[in-house]
Design a protein around this ligand. Structure first.
Ligand code: ZN
Length: 131
């Protein structure tokens, strides 16, 4: 495993903080780090709410990347509950495909940090409706 994955893991770990914010909102059970094409790492945490207003950690990190003026994803890593294995959900995959329709297949996804198992979005999303 290269240093970039380790840096992404540490960045995601730094924002991982499960907490109840109100009677209706919890956050931080999952955190994610996204590496942009510039080499910057953006992080996000999940938010769970009533009425489906929440967001996944991965999309939260991607929105942070876009907020900061970038739009090219190189790598994605998330830390799911109990630091287990985790692949991006369908909504997160869909967002990445739509952001990078020409080359989303090359986005690297950390599936299992403990065992250093990396795949690509192309492997996770064969026969997507785009591309
Ligand atoms: Zn998701």
């Amino acid at each position: 495993m290269d240093q970039i994955w380790k840096d992404m893991y540490e960045a995601a770990k730094a924002v991982l903080a499960p907490r109840r914010i109100s009677e209706y909102v919890t956050a931080g059970e999952v955190s994610a780090a996204v590496l942009s094409s510039s080499g910057r790492i953006y992080t996000g945490v999940c938010m769970d709410t009533c009425s489906t207003l929440g967001i996944c950690a991965e999309r939260n990190a991607i929105f942070s990347m876009v907020t900061n003026g970038e739009d090219r994803i190189e790598r994605v890593l998330c830390i799911p509950p109990n630091e287990g294995k985790g692949a991006p959900c369908g909504a997160c995959r869909e967002l990445m495909v739509q952001l990078m329709p020409e080359d989303y297949r090359s986005i690297q996804i950390m599936l299992d940090y403990k065992n250093d198992i990396v795949t690509t979005l192309g492997e996770l999303t064969p026969e997507w409706w785009i591309g």
